[in-house]
Write a protein that binds this ligand. Sequence first.
Ligand code: AMP
Ligand code: MG
Length: 277
Amino acid sequence: MDYRKRFVVDSGSKIHLKDIDPAYAGKLESREEAEREIQRHVARLDALQYLLYADATQSLLIVLQALDAGGKDGVVRHLFTGMNPQGTAVFGFKEPTAEELAHDFLWRVHRQTPGKGQITIFNRSHYEDVLVVRVHKLVPKSVWSERYDLINDFEETLCQGGTRILKFFLHISPEEQLRRFKERLDDPARNWKISESDYTEREFWPRYRDAYEEAMERTSTEHAPWYIIPADHKWFRNLAISQIIADTMDEMDLKVPAARVDLADIRRKYYKEEELP
Ligand code: AMP
Ligand code: MG
């Protein structure tokens, strides 16, 4: 199954999240079945990240968005484990600081985008500025409604600079969210993750859904597509995302650069005859 085709939001299409099953898992029945596939994709990702780093002409930006307990942290933990930390960065966007609020909404984002050869993962992103900001009326509609076009221009700028952008919405059900909150409640090692707002935000679910739908409808483009990933099953989520990223990187035409020196000359100069191949 080609999950890119299956889950991409076609540019200009309408989205009804209510009609998309968060528990979808294709023909797979269990974690065990998915696990082998995930390992294969993770190994591909590690090799491709090495090439991206060596090639150093392009970069990759991965945007993760979801409601609380949607699995953003889990994706980072599971899929980027084998990569060289030197070529990767994870950045989580929190409530803006006073300094950040004193600038335009893309200011804090632009400076975290990946340089050539780098992969950067955004755990939340500039999309919060049309999501939480819209739902909680942190700025007037006249302000947030202009941001879709600004985001598209921004992402196009990144793209023209050699950055591939992949955006994932981890789609979970309200029931699964509540179950995950309960796990946090019952596990002392994860109590720290709980906040009261996790629960109070649940009443805004329909408004978040509207905000997500419009955001994805208006900003899913060929150069920066959105993917809606059914995420009630963590293993299916990991499988779909790892495949989509690896398939995309396969298309980036990444190559190990040619040597910059005359290898035969180096061999002759610094090694004895019997050491040469
Ligand atoms: P977490 O990802 O659980 O650490 O929480 C980060 C919090 O920061 C979430 O509640 C986000 O909604 C909030 N946040 C992120 N970006 C913004 C933003 N631009 N404006 C307001 N709140 C934000
Ligand atoms: Mg949270």
